[in-house]
Design a binder for this molecule. Structure first.
Ligand SMILES: CC(C)(COP(=O)(O)OP(=O)(O)OC[C@H]1O[C@@H](n2cnc3c(N)ncnc32)[C@H](O)[C@@H]1OP(=O)(O)O)[C@@H](O)C(=O)NCCC(=O)NCCS
Length: 147
């Protein structure tokens, strides 16, 4: 159970299921997912893991210019703590570098200890706090990795 591959439109049902399992009421709709997969290929990158077999995790990279954004990373609750998040994050950073990005930015909810630990392990540094970013009392930590 290793590696990553680019996502395709055939992965849409699996990504929608992951969204529901990982984000509940905050899940992206199938329409949003379809737009990420097909909308603006030059500024988007969607990777899934593992590279073969059923999809258990995915990540979405935005590349508007020299600074990339990690806009999503999600691992099925049944497949966590097996290194899939670490693998996807590394592959996403590599893709950003290939596209000429100098840094990667992300926002993560301040109480999301698992994601914060994953990003810190990969070398991301906390650079800001955005109060109320996710709603009242739900702050976002802004993190940056120099690629
Ligand atoms: C955050 C998330 C992507 C991590 O995925 P994962 O595949 O479980 O992470 P990994 O197994 O690759 O973990 C790598 C390292 O990150 C850290 N880590 C990951 N999850 C952790 C947790 N729940 N608690 C503490 N540390 C954690 C650990 O250092 C871990 O290494 P270790 O297992 O050797 O201790 C996953 O928990 C998830 O999908 N959460 C719900 C969606 C979400 O919050 N996404 C991020 C915001 S968009």
């Amino acid at each position: 159970m290793t590696g990553t591959r680019p996502a395709g439109v055939d992965d849409l049902p699996a990504l929608a299921a992951l969204e529901r399992d990982c984000f509940g009421a905050g899940a992206w709709s199938s329409g949003i997912l379809a737009a990420e997969l097909t909308g603006v290929p030059d500024t988007r990158g969607v990777l899934v893991a593992p590279a073969t077999g059923g999809v258990q995790a995915y990540a979405v990279l935005l590349v508007p210019a020299d600074a990339a954004d990690l806009s999503r990373i999600a691992v099925s609750p049944r497949a966590r703590r097996r290194g899939l998040g670490r693998t996807l994050l590394a592959a996403t950073c590599a893709q950003a570098m290939t596209r000429g990005c100098e840094r990667m930015l992300l926002e993560v909810q301040a109480d999301n200890a698992g994601a914060l630990a994953l990003y810190a392990e990969a070398g991301f540094l906390r650079i800001d706090l955005r109060r109320g970013y996710y709603g009242p009392g739900r702050d976002a930590v802004v993190m940056r990795l120099r690629l």
